[in-house]
Design a protein around this ligand. Structure first.
Ligand SMILES: Cc1cc2nc3c(=O)[nH]c(=O)nc-3n(C[C@H](O)[C@H](O)[C@H](O)COP(=O)(O)O)c2cc1C
Length: 188
């Protein structure tokens, strides 16, 4: 069977961020699973300006070079894991901006959420805040994983997954696979 092209998206763009190390750990777990072909996508590298398209993305009339580049990246993904920080009880602005840029490229694709924060909420408020936005774009939410960077910190640039993190991430990948199989025909 053709593997699912899974984009693991590093959503934080901050210098010194924890998100890249957490995303690498998620990608490593997914790469051990033959159902997935994994691509790490870094919003810091994608480097989108604040949304600057003249027409609604629903029309697919992208004018800007950076939008066309971003659209190509998202279009080749069958499914996504957003590795996203909690900032002020919500998810981060770079992710909202990256979502707003496109429309059809997101539609009917499963998404798993890895939320993380320094507090005890383990990114839960970021996860709750993004759900209406996923729904607007017809990105199909599957499962969540929460991380407290206070309890499992990134040390020297490395995030060592706890057993519950690995189990929850594996369960999320199962949900992404099942959802992909069910909704893939809608993309035709
Ligand atoms: C602007 C800002 C707001 C934050 N707000 C929260 C918050 O509401 N809840 C929380 O648990 N952590 C919060 N934090 C802590 C971050 O979630 C934590 O530092 C995390 O590592 C940030 O991800 P990053 O390092 O990948 O950017 C905040 C950090 C920043 C920079």
């Amino acid at each position: 069977m053709t593997p699912i092209h899974l984009h693991v998206v590093i959503c934080s763009t901050r210098p010194g961020r924890s998100g890249d190390a957490i995303a690498v750990a998620v990608a490593d777990i997914a790469r051990r699973d033959t159902r997935f072909q994994v691509e790490l996508v870094d919003l810091a590298e994608v480097n989108l300006p604040l949304f600057d398209e003249a027409t609604h993305p629903m029309r697919g009339q992208y004018a800007e070079e950076h939008t066309l580049r971003w659209a190509q990246i998202v279009a080749r993904g069958d499914a996504f894991v957003f590795v996203m920080p909690e900032y002020n009880h919500s998810y981060n602005a770079a992710l909202k901006n990256a979502l707003d840029y496109l429309h059809a490229e997101w539609r009917y694709k499963p998404v798993g959420l890895v939320g993380y924060g320094a507090g005890m909420s383990m990114g839960a408020r970021a996860i709750m805040a993004i759900k209406p936005v996923l729904s607007a774009l017809k990105l199909i939410h599957t499962a969540d994983v929460g991380v407290s960077t206070m309890m499992t910190p990134v040390v020297d640039g490395v995030f060592t997954p706890s057993e519950p993190f690995t189990l929850a991430t594996t369960a999320m990948l199962d949900e992404i696979d099942k959802t992909h199989q069910a909704i893939h025909p809608l993309r035709a």
